[in-house]
Design a protein around this ligand. Sequence first.
Ligand code: PXL
Length: 277
Amino acid sequence: MNYPSRVITIAGSAAGGSAGIQADLKTFQELDVYGMSVVTAIVGRHPTTDRNVHPMTLEAIEAQFVTAMRQVGADALKTGMLFSKEVIETTAKLLKSASIEQIVVDPVMVGKLDSKLLEDDAIEALQKQLIPLATIITPNMPEASFLLGDRKLEKVADLVQAAKDLHQYGASYVLVKGGRLDGPAIDVLYDGEHVTTFEAPRIDTVHTSGAGCSYSAAIAAYLAKGIPVVNAVQLAKSYVTTAIAHGFSYTDAVGPTDHAALRNYGEAYPIKVEQID
Ligand code: PXL
């Protein structure tokens, strides 16, 4: 019997089903890996207050992780919304206690609905405690900029420099995602030696909620299967680009990507991969 590879996400619950834990588990299922989760916080807007983040206790976070590791174990792990310094410290401690080979850190900071998903005093713990444990980190442009002290990022050359500078925090690979640039969607990967770009066509849609979560979840899924990082990023970008191309909305809100697009429509978007340095 050949069991599927195992992936666990440590992230927030996004009630709408497009992002966070929900996006991660859908992605894992679509990519044929066994998915598990540790919920760090529940994100949902209270109808009469502006409260929209409901954190879990550190004890509950630890209990979920220990349970999943005892019952199953993991070949890869991704982190998403961690919210506070304390949760980051607990996550780093848990990662050190388990020997998981592939670790994807998606440094989630702000949601599409402008929810604040990382507290201000948590950034240093992210830089010093969690990022050094990562196989790969996957910041988008605002996150990369913030991690580098509010640096301006305006073109691909800026993303290359950002990836090189972020590499000094100790992750093996840095993927800076250029989705916010004009023109094609170009992401930049740096491994301490070479710079590789991944290019997808720009898709004209607003329905991209959870795209970043789904992308990093897909990278974790492919890494869990033993696929090397460059190929895993290419496959994951193809998966998420296809999901974005079929994004939709049930309401007037920004809608989800279609996690099942690759399965339902069968045509994966091609990603151009180029080593540029
Ligand atoms: O898309 C970022 C994100 C991550 N995690 C959670 C979220 C969101 C966006 O809303 O709610 C839990």
